[in-house]
Design a protein around this ligand. Structure first.
Ligand code: GLC
Length: 567
């Protein structure tokens, strides 16, 4: 395919977490009408695609990722007519819409599963994954651990077998080895494509195949369980399943955009998932960019809920590797945030002393690289982690498990809550901050999620302030839309880990991004560049200045230079 520019290389995606975006009917939960009402805001931000987290019928054990009817809109979000209107209105504004597509599991309340529970002869039995217990059924079928902790196996209520669930026990995994399941999922996708959606974010697709025979993970003690990535992640048939899915959809809708959530995929796997002949995803989201400092963590507890630092040296190497391998497919996805991770300005930036500068620097650092930006709603305001006071207020099953386990190990309630506030997914799911009113303009009643109300960090205040993070995001995205920052080659400079410096180069044009990733002022000598005339600053945050060849960068300072090679 080489360096062909595909239509989707210029996408800029805005992730709308519908429950937390805008409530229009005063029930404290965001809804579709709320998103429609805010489309002008989204358009003005300069994005050209929205990704909506699941809006389908669901008992909400996992905030909508447990779907009981793939073809119905959950009444808390509104109606099918409103969804159709949303798609239409978004398209009128030049914004494409993609839906979350949960293909690995259903809710236990899905009629397929309810049928499957009726017994081994039921035609839907084989839609799910079943195993007999060991030792005449007394013990679990094996020692695999679920992502939401505990075993992956749950005994059926009447009957002797166990069903498999990689996530919560209320979320049984579909059996993709069954061609009927593969077909059924394609039909669901067509239903939405017929309604005008432009593509899908494929939830957890790397887990569709499970190792046959369910072999035990080795090296565990009797009765112990452990994560079994080798047996339920990135197995060889994934590409076959994906290829069937993506190519069947594209026979009818050639421009269907597919972004796969490939949490643990290495860059080589990502390359194969995005190979048009192999997997057929346009791009994938990996979790592998963010190498965190694990030294201070307690290995007995879930790693991603313990506050720690980003290791910039490793992070730079990771991004460089992804940039290199994904260069000819439009670059990797570029993101800091999603609904599963704490807010970037708190997690990686500095949400107290250097909030504005760190948010602006991080946006520039990430999004001017080659690839497709994915921005979580509220990130463009510098929204920080949601402050939750009590463990009861944390909604995610993982936060609850972490709390229990950490207390059992003797941690104080205060320290556990600190880690959850800083690192849990709940921290990113707070209500969108539209203004300074009681519930931040999100609703007229207390939001389901909790909300931070802040005088300076909300849409109304930031619209009125030309120096705000919101205005800065618009400028970054304006730059991002230029050919140089879509198509230009990427070169990371070898610098000290205090800096993150890279160039984008196209023909004779060069864009140079210089970031100070520390909370101290830093000097960066432009000396070797002088003959290229790096003098025009396209964009910068506050407190930087040039003195001869020395660029003085404020804490978390960033400057983007442009030049044209003469020779
Ligand atoms: C994905 C989603 C996450 C969800 C899980 C199970 O990782 O991003 O929120 O819990 O899949 O569907």
């Amino acid at each position: 395919m080489g360096n062909v520019r595909e239509w989707w290389h210029g996408l800029i995606v805005y992730q709308v977490y519908p429950m937390s975006f805008q409530d229009s009917n005063g029930d404290g939960i965001g809804d579709i009408r709320g998103v429609i009402n805010r489309l002008d805001y989204i358009q003005n931000l300069g994005v050209n695609m929205i990704w909506l987290n699941p809006i389908f019928k669901s008992p909400k054990v996992d905030n909508g990722y447990d779907i009981s009817d793939f073809l119905e809109i959950d009444p808390i979000f509104g109606t099918m007519a409103e969804v159709e209107e949303l798609i239409l209105e978004a398209h009128k504004r030049g914004i494409k819409v993609i839906f979350d597509f949960v293909m690995n599991h259903t809710s236990e309340q899905h009629p397929w599963f309810q049928e499957a529970l009726k017994g081994k002869d039921n035609p839907y039995r084989d839609y799910y994954i079943w195993a007999d217990g060991k030792n005449g059924g007394q013990d679990l079928p094996n020692n695999w651990e679920s992502f939401f902790t505990g075993t992956v196996w749950e005994k059926e209520p009447s009957g002797d077998q166990y069903y498999f669930h990689l996530f919560a026990k209320e979320m049984p995994d579909l059996n993709w080895a069954n061609p009927e399941v593969r077909r059924a999922m394609v039909d669901i996708a067509f239903f939405w494509l017929d309604k005008g959606v432009d593509g899908f974010r494929l939830d957890a697709f790397i887990h569709l195949q499970k190792e046959e025979g369910f072999p035990d993970v080795e090296g565990l003690d009797e009765g112990e369980i452990g994560l079994a990535e080798n047996y339920y992640a990135n197995l060889p048939k994934i590409n076959e399943y994906m290829k069937f899915f993506t190519s069947t959809l594209r026979e009818r809708y050639p421009d269907t955009f597919i972004v796969g959530e490939a949490a643990s995929a290495t860059v080589e796997l990502a390359r194969s998932y995005t190979d048009p002949v192999l997997g057929g995803c346009d791009t994938v989201i990996t979790f592998r960019y963010f190498t965190m400092d694990e030294k201070s963590k307690d290995p007995r507890l879930s790693s991603n809920m313990q506050k720690t630092k980003l290791l910039y040296g490793a992070f730079k190497k990771n991004l460089q590797e992804w940039q290199k391998v994904m260069a000819d497919v439009g670059g990797p996805t570029l993101y800091w945030n999603n609904h599963d991770m704490a807010r970037v300005v708190s997690r990686i930036g500095d949400d107290s002393k250097h909030r504005d500068n760190s948010a602006k620097m991080l946006a520039t650092l990430m999004y001017l690289q080659k690839g497709i930006p994915f921005i979580l709603n509220g990130e463009e305001l510098g929204m920080k982690n949601l402050y939750l006071n009590d463990i009861k207020d944390f909604k995610s099953p993982e936060a609850q498990t972490f709390y229990k386990n950490a207390l059992a190990l003797g941690y104080s309630e205060e320290s556990v809550l600190y880690n959850l506030r800083e690192s849990s997914k709940d921290a990113s799911r707070g209500a969108m901050q539209w203004d300074q009113s009681a519930f931040a303009g999100f609703s007229t009643v207390p939001p389901w999620s909790g909300v931070n109300v802040e005088a300076d960090y909300n849409v109304a205040a930031e619209e009125a302030n030309p120096g705000s993070i919101l205005h800065f995001y618009r400028k970054v995205l304006d730059l991002k839309k230029t050919d140089l920052f879509v198509e230009g080659d990427y070169h990371l400079w070898g610098t000290h880990d205090d800096f993150f410096v890279y160039e984008r180069v196209m023909d004779k044009q060069v864009g140079l991004v210089i970031c100070n990733v520390t909370d101290q002022p830093k000097e960066f000598v432009l000396h070797p560049l002088e003959h290229h005339g790096y003098r025009q600053i396209l964009l910068q945050n506050e407190g930087n200045w040039l003195e001869g060849e020395t660029l003085h960068l404020a804490p978390y300072g960033v400057a983007v230079f442009q030049t044209v090679y003469n020779s």
